[in-house]
Write a protein that binds this ligand. Structure first.
Ligand code: ATP
Length: 212
């Protein structure tokens, strides 16, 4: 059974930076699927601009028709702060013998040691870090130690074990950020070509991000 990729985020809104990274992971790492998990109440972020239901809807529109891409609304249903470790724990209960790979960008990975129960995450899943070619993995501090202990270059390790490895994988970096998209829409400009048309149309039709 091939691994399931778990891609969490605020996705406020989802854009081609997220989608391209997830797609490259799906293909290069031979994942069975990538589950996009919009967070309900993001503990690290404070506010979101669109509601959780709106962000989920944008994700659903973005991934429609793409084999292997799935939207997972568990963090919206759960209520309370959305902690990644809780999400991984519930996924592990559902997929006892399946490899799980938590997909994070390098920026998110560098903040890992601030996450709730971060030191338990590798008990439930692998961590797959999407990074920019030429960037160096952390090699000092707690994260450096974690990478030294758990890092692997072998994709096979992600398939042959269910959790516990860190794999840093170069993906095409698209310098797109949700923050910039929101600012752009608020300024009355068109976010076309930064995201699928269906997402852009939904933002326009619902008046999302007009005021941030
Ligand atoms: P914001 O601008 O509001 O901070 P964001 O664009 O960084 O949002 P998030 O929903 O916070 O998007 O990110 C979810 C995940 O996607 C994180 O792991 C983050 O590292 C990753 N990510 C964000 N932008 C990109 C991008 N352009 N390319 C690849 N990965 C990205």
């Amino acid at each position: 059974m091939r691994p399931i990729g778990v891609f969490g985020g605020t996705f406020d809104p989802v854009h081609y930076g997220h989608l391209r990274s997830a797609f490259e992971m799906l293909q290069a790492l031979s994942f069975e699927q990538v589950s996009f998990v919009p967070c309900g109440d993001p503990p690290h972020r404070g506010v979101t601009y669109a509601t959780s239901a709106q962000r989920l809807r944008l994700v659903e529109l973005a991934i429609a028709g793409q084999d292997g891409f799935v939207a997972d609304d568990r963090e919206l249903r759960r209520g309370g702060p959305s902690y990644t470790v809780d999400t991984l724990q519930t996924l592990r209960e559902e997929h006892t013998n399946r490899s799980l790979g938590l997909i994070v960008g390098m920026d998110a990975f560098l903040g890992l040691t601030g996450w709730h129960r971060w030191d338990e995450i590798l008990d439930f899943a692998h961590i797959v870090v999407a990074h920019r070619p030429g960037w160096k993995a952390p090699d000092i501090g707690e994260l450096g130690e974690l990478v030294a202990e758990h890092g692997t270059h072998r994709v096979d390790d992600l398939h042959n074990t269910t959790h516990g490895f860190i794999h840093i994988h170069a993906v095409t970096q698209l310098e797109i950020a949700s923050t910039e998209i929101r600012d752009l829409v608020a300024a009355g400009r068109d976010p076309r070509f930064l995201m699928p048309d269906a997402v852009r149309d939904e933002i326009e039709n619902t008046g999302l991000y007009k005021e941030t």
